[in-house]
Design a protein around this ligand. Structure first.
Ligand SMILES: Nc1ncnc2c1ncn2[C@@H]1O[C@H](COP(=O)(O)OP(=O)(O)OP(=O)(O)O)[C@@H](O)[C@H]1O
Ligand SMILES: [Mg+2]
Length: 244
């Protein structure tokens, strides 16, 4: 998880740094022109010649561009840090949160793994805030999304659907990946059950998901066919506020 966040921050940070270098170079050139103006009053031809030489308007245009993208980069870093607060703010305390925010945090952290390869479709119907440990549920969403991304070999789609039904929040994570053979379905939530190569999976993701959802008095089920898998989470809107 930390590696994911570091990667997400490092990207905008490197282009902001690169931009600062460009700004510094352009600024030095523009400063040179200003100095010539100051020193060279009385010889406009010379200044004109110098101005043409360094293509001042191109420099200014580039600067505007570079400043805008730096601004975007810094905004992105700010967004990531705000998102990270979802983890630390609540840690193991329960409170009322909107689960869609948790899903957005998970998607943000996995951005580098999903982009260019996987289309994420969100069908978010209005849901009430839910009493939960937000950080733990982000972990649930990350584990499910990670598995879905692993199951999609090349290009594919992950659809996340959410709605309220009978005082419960229903969340469906569907992917167009490999599908799960029926003989494996019953073993998915067992600790250390994995079909991934050594070094690629410990088989712990879904057992963690299962215990977090159970701790929230919810249920998780799976439905899979060829080239399609859906994990369905049902969580009570109020898993006993006050009982902890
Ligand atoms: N969306 C999915 N599509 C296809 N197979 C899946 C999917 N989700 C889980 N699986 C199967 O379930 C197994 C167990 O998943 P789990 O997340 O518990 O462990 P893992 O992904 O193998 O390892 P870890 O999560 O510890 O890195 C996976 O190895 C895979 O075979
Ligand atoms: Mg996993």
């Amino acid at each position: 998880m930390v590696a994911g966040i570091a990667h997400e921050i490092n990207n905008p940070l490197s282009f902001v740094l690169n931009n600062l270098h460009i700004i510094k170079t352009d600024f030095t050139e523009i400063g040179d022109v200003l100095h010539k103006y100051q020193a060279g009053v009385g010889s406009p031809a010379e200044i004109q010649c110098f101005k043409n030489d360094i293509q001042i308007s191109q420099g200014l245009e580039e600067l505007t561009d570079v400043i805008q993208t730096s601004y975007d980069g810094i905004k992105r870093i700010q967004e990531i840090i705000l998102n990270m607060r979802n983890f630390t703010r609540l840690d193991n305390k329960r409170s009322y949160v909107n689960l869609y925010e948790g899903i957005e945090s998970a998607l943000m952290i996995l951005h580098h793994k999903l982009k260019n390869r996987i289309t994420v479709e969100k069908k978010f119907h209005p849901i009430p805030e839910t009493y939960c440990v937000c950080g733990q549920l982000i972990q649930v969403f990350m584990n499910l999304l990670n598995n879905a991304a692993d199951a999609i070999i090349d290009q594919g789609v992950i659809t996340i659907k959410g709605f309220e039904q009978n005082q419960q929040i229903i969340l469906l994570f569907t992917d167009t990946g490999s599908g799960i053979p029926s003989e494996n379905i019953d073993r998915l939530f067992e600790p250390f059950f994995t079909t991934k190569d050594k070094g690629h999976g410990l088989g712990l993701g879904l057992s963690i998901v299962h215990s977090i959802i159970t701790n929230h008095k919810g249920t998780i089920t799976v439905d899979s066919g060829p080239k399609k898998t859906t994990f369905r989470i049902a969580l009570p809107v109020d898993s006993g506020a006050g009982s902890g």
